[in-house]
Write a protein of this length. Structure first.
Length: 323
């Protein structure tokens, strides 16, 4: 059963679900990572997302583990032409409390490191992982454009960037006639965090009505959503909701989600993904720790929400006013 598709700015058709490879080589060992990648591609998955810093914050890790495992799998399976690779620069520590950032030198060095670990001559989407306002924007944009024009990447993306920064960057790149951002990556799920939430990491930015409106207004943009399933909290009692979601809107929204899932004979995870996929410009990123979890998530691409179910999900107020 093939996965439904999305179209990137250059016309590339990709699977509607993206496989997040953050834990490959750390939480998820290499044999299990290979099995997950095998299953994903067997089921029609093509889009894989990683970063040069995954997952440096774990004990014994330094960053680059995910890209290294992906590179070994690509070589072992001869799979480079069958997948669309996405990786990022900017958040890898280079000294205590210091990230590599988005200077021209950092980007030039990082992309070569990523290509070496991945064992390829190019990535398909190259991201600014987090903002770096210590570097002039024109320097960052020029370095990213150089990466594309040298053939080391095809498309560019901005992850965890404010909407105004994305607009400014796109305008500057367009005025210069050079490649600019065509992908945006933000946290997004069916449950909404409270206003001014303390998210798990200070660099994380959540989707807002403004960012959704911005993407809708620019058909060439694709929104990639991460943390879509809230680290398992929708379906696992041992995975409590993050504190940002502890507010009066959550119980009602969870009740509607579970009701719709029961009516459809689906899981809450599947309904969340189906709801996200009603946005034709959105690609949910999903992560799993064993191949068996993939089938549930990939099956969500075949789940259709009728008007009644969509209305029920949409009308459950995510952030009600205090009583």
């Amino acid at each position: 059963m093939a996965v439904s598709l999305r179209t990137l700015a250059d016309g590339t058709r990709v699977s509607a679900l993206c496989l997040g490879a953050m834990w490959f080589g750390t939480h998820v060992d290499e044999p299990t990572s290979f099995a997950i990648l095998d299953r994903f591609t067997e089921r029609g998955g093509t889009l894989i997302d990683t970063a040069d810093n995954y997952a440096y914050w774990l004990d014994g890790a330094r960053g680059g583990e995910s890209e290294t495992v992906l590179g070994r799998w690509l070589a072992a399976r001869g799979a480079r032409d069958r997948v669309v690779l996405s990786t990022k620069v900017g958040a890898q520590p280079v000294a205590p409390g210091v990230r590599e950032g988005l200077s021209a030198r950092a980007i030039q060095s990082a992309v070569d490191g990523s290509l070496a670990r991945l064992g390829t001559d190019h990535v398909d989407v190259y991201w600014a992982h987090v903002e770096d306002r210590s570097v002039p924007l024109d320097e960052t944009l020029g370095a990213f454009a150089d990466v594309v024009e040298s053939g080391k990447a095809r498309l560019l993306g901005a992850s965890n960037h404010a909407t105004w920064q994305v607009e400014r960057a796109r305008t500057m790149a367009g005025a210069a006639g050079r490649p600019g951002y065509s992908c945006v990556q933000l946290r997004y799920s069916y449950l909404a965090p409270r206003v001014c939430p303390r998210l798990p990491h200070p660099s994380h930015l959540h989707v807002t009505e403004e960012s959704l409106d911005y993407v809708r207004s620019h058909p060439d943009l694709t929104l990639w959503a991460y943390n879509t399933l809230l680290a398992g909290a929708y379906v696992r009692a041992d995975k409590p909701l993050q504190p940002a979601y502890d507010h009066p809107g959550t119980p009602a929204r969870l009740a509607v989600l579970r009701h719709v899932a029961a009516e459809l004979g689906s899981t809450p995870n599947q309904v969340v993904l189906a709801w996200l996929l009603t946005n034709p410009q959105l690609i949910p990123i999903v992560g799993v720790s064993d191949p068996g979890q993939l089938d549930e998530l990939l099956d969500a691409t075949d789940l259709e929400l009728d008007d009644t179910h969509r209305a029920a999900l949409d009308e459950a107020d995510p952030c009600p006013a205090p009583s």
